[in-house]
Design a protein around this ligand. Structure first.
Ligand SMILES: NC(=O)c1ccc[n+]([C@@H]2O[C@H](COP(=O)([O-])OP(=O)(O)OC[C@H]3O[C@@H](n4cnc5c(N)ncnc54)[C@H](O)[C@@H]3O)[C@@H](O)[C@H]2O)c1
Ligand SMILES: O=C(O)CC[C@@H](O)C(=O)O
Length: 413
């Protein structure tokens, strides 16, 4: 599969799920005008049709990018996930098809941490059920089951960007922070690392989950783990819906073992704001249900738009894959006065030799060469000095495309 090199005005960009308009502004400022903006996600079938002539695709967490979608997206160069999570993308398939995927690894971190902290206080004070009662005309003026956050043990599962940010905020409220992570992490402030998930569940008054969706985290909180939590303890999940078995959680809340929960993410989420939200957690009063809005603040969305659109434009203009989540990372200088050839190939022995042979045979002066590989894919960038009017770069590109194992190749002027 090869990629024809294009002038900017012929590069088509499809932005889904109502990404912030800051993304459109950045792309337009960089000279990209052919932008289609869609407010919802699309089904696999719709996507396969719509992505056929698209060069860059922007999504959030709802759009599932499967092998089938990448196979249909013959011209796709890059994907921007306008969020932190990339579990909705088959990253290996993207790599095999030579599609570079970027995300915004920390633009909404603070927003999630703030919401979680607020929910912890609300749950400790049983505000959700008092609020529900008041809306029904009730008046539950009582301190029964209501507690301060100060002095309580907060158990954080996953001490990455969000978990560690929350750790700092929670300590400022006087909470005692414990965390569990599969990686060794620097404990911030007075936080303490705990050796196992079970130990954390047994110690914590409040457990909050901040892990990515992986095979290892799927249903990591189910009936046995919920049973290990203290009676009356609280659970917060603003990570991914597959981390908690929602039926088991509903049973634990209804039995009175858990005292409350705040859930922002669900195993199945409505694909648009017009769809009905179904969940076994509906109707449980001390359970806060939010529609996957942990990172949905104006500040976060605007910053994400700027960051991810900037990464897509930079990759398009310069070839840099720095901070890509599925690709060998190459940080490239500007290529003023040189044509830049980009070659993505299957990582087989002898690829670089074949490319260099082409340069030698044409007597080309190579002014810069960059190579990065992973186990499957190689990415070679070559800057060649040619007179401005010369079409030699196009000839070189054609020859490079003919090398067996080439996935995509393009030239930057
Ligand atoms: N609700 C929302 O709107 C929202 C917003 C942003 C992010 N998220 C979700 O939150 C997740 C975490 O975000 P982050 O920025 O903190 O990610 P991160 O990558 O910085 O941190 C994740 C941490 O989890 C740890 N981890 C991985 N597997 C684990 C396991 N099995 N047990 C214990 N720890 C494990 C990692 O080592 C890492 O330290 C994201 O992957 C995303 O799915 C949700
Ligand atoms: O914007 C969204 O769709 C949710 C984003 C959030 O879950 C993330 O992974 O950053």
């Amino acid at each position: 599969m090869t990629q024809v090199s294009l002038a900017k005005d012929r590069i088509k960009i499809l932005l889904l799920e109502g990404v912030h308009e800051s993304a459109v502004n950045v792309l337009k400022q960089q000279g990209y005008d052919s932008i289609e903006y869609v407010k919802t996600s699309l089904s696999e079938e719709e996507l396969c049709e719509r992505v056929k002539d698209v060069h860059f695709l922007g999504i959030r967490s709802r759009t599932q990018l499967t092998e089938k979608v990448f196979a249909a997206a013959e011209k796709l160069i890059g994907v921007g996930c306008f969020c932190i999570g990339t579990n909705q993308v088959d990253l290996a398939a993207a790599r095999r098809h030579g599609v570079v995927v970027f995300n915004a690894p920390f633009s909404n971190t603070r927003s999630v941490a703030e919401l979680v902290l607020a929910e912890i206080i609300m749950l400790l004070r049983r505000v959700p059920e008092k609020n529900a009662a008041a809306h029904r005309g009730g008046w539950d003026k009582s301190a029964n089951g209501s507690f301060e956050a100060r002095g309580k043990v907060l158990g954080i599962v996953g001490y990455g960007h969000i978990g560690s940010q929350l750790s700092i905020l929670a300590e400022q409220l006087g909470m005692q922070v414990r965390f569990y992570d599969i990686e060794t992490k620097l404990p911030l402030g007075n936080a303490l690392s705990v050796g196992s998930l079970d130990a954390l569940l047994e110690q914590a008054d409040v457990v909050t989950l901040h892990v990515p969706e992986t095979a290892q985290t799927q249903w990591m909180i189910s009936a046995p783990q919920l049973a290990k939590m203290k009676k009356g303890a609280l659970l917060v999940n603003a990570s991914r819906g597959t981390v908690v078995n929602i039926e088991d959680l509903a049973a634990s809340l209804r039995s009175g073992h858990l005292g409350g929960a705040a859930i922002d993410v669900f195993p199945v989420e409505p694909s648009s704001n017009n769809d009905v939200f179904e969940s076994p957690l509906r109707g449980i009063d001390n359970c806060i249900l939010t529609p996957h809005v942990g990172g949905s603040t104006q500040e976060a969305q605007e910053n994400i738009g700027i960051e991810v659109a900037g990464k897509l434009a930079h990759y398009s203009d310069n070839g840099s894959t720095l901070s890509a989540v599925n690709f060998p990372e190459v940080s490239l200088p500007a290529h003023h006065g040189a044509r830049r050839l980009l070659h993505i190939h299957q990582n087989r022995p002898g690829m670089l030799t074949k490319i260099n042979q082409i340069m030698a045979e044409q007597n080309i002066n190579v002014s810069g060469q960059y190579l990065q590989t992973d186990s499957e894919v190689g990415y070679v960038v070559i800057d060649v000095d040619t007179p401005e009017e010369s079409t030699i770069a196009d000839d070189l590109l054609e020859q490079m495309r003919a090398i067996e194992g080439t996935i995509r190749a393009r030239v930057l002027y």
